[in-house]
Design a protein around this ligand. Sequence first.
Ligand code: ATP
Ligand code: MG
Length: 234
Amino acid sequence: MSINQIGGKYFSAIAASSNNPLSIIKNYIKLLGLKLSQEDPAQEDLAIIREEIDRVTKIIRQVSEAAEAYANPLEELNVNDMIQDLYRIFLESLFAQHQIAVQTQLDPSLPNIVADRDKLKQVLINLMKNAAEAMQEGGLLLISTRGKIIRDGNEYIEISLVDNGPGIPVHIMADMFKPVSSTKGKGHAGLGLSIVKNLVDELKGRIFCQSNEISGTAFQILLPVMATGVLMDR
Ligand SMILES: Nc1ncnc2c1ncn2[C@@H]1O[C@H](COP(=O)(O)OP(=O)(O)OP(=O)(O)O)[C@@H](O)[C@H]1O
Ligand SMILES: [Mg+2]
């Protein structure tokens, strides 16, 4: 972890914990104002204190946003490389156990994107694990990339993961991106897909899913080529 990241996390924590005492002070000032009569000249002083507290709150919010960007820096990423690395790791463990064939179709002209590496990795791991866990009797997982894609005037890349497993149960489909009770029993919190959705939102991307018991499950993720935030020092 870089100094910037450590600093970012530290300031994030300070900013978060300063908000509580500030809102307590604000509440007490409100109470004090109610105890005094409306005509009391001290009401004006209280109004000034309130304004200043609002100003500090705003400053803390700005510091907190900047700190968050330093804690989770952006990098220029080659998504094809990331997929190939994960694929190699998983091929030897997860996929081999269940006799799952994995194919990749990676667009050689895929542009690099600017994004938080760890977040994207977590998204891909959760989806690859789900596919493997769904195809206990073997199956095929196709991972592909495509870019660039223009949506609403912005540039995106597309990552898709398509498996030919049993499909997502209908009762889960309706609210699949919320925490669910896992169909896999012990050791599974039912959180994987809700984490995926949160991370894709943080990456300013979009995620779509189509699933049925005949053809299996397909996830499509669109990620912006350029995100806004702090680019990691090289
Ligand atoms: N590729 C898939 N094919 C079939 N069903 C799936 C697939 N991905 C997810 N599911 C279904 O959606 C449910 C929710 O998935 P999610 O990843 O959120 O939780 P989980 O895998 O059960 O638990 P955790 O991810 O916390 O270990 C799963 O229990 C499973 O029933
Ligand atoms: Mg899961």
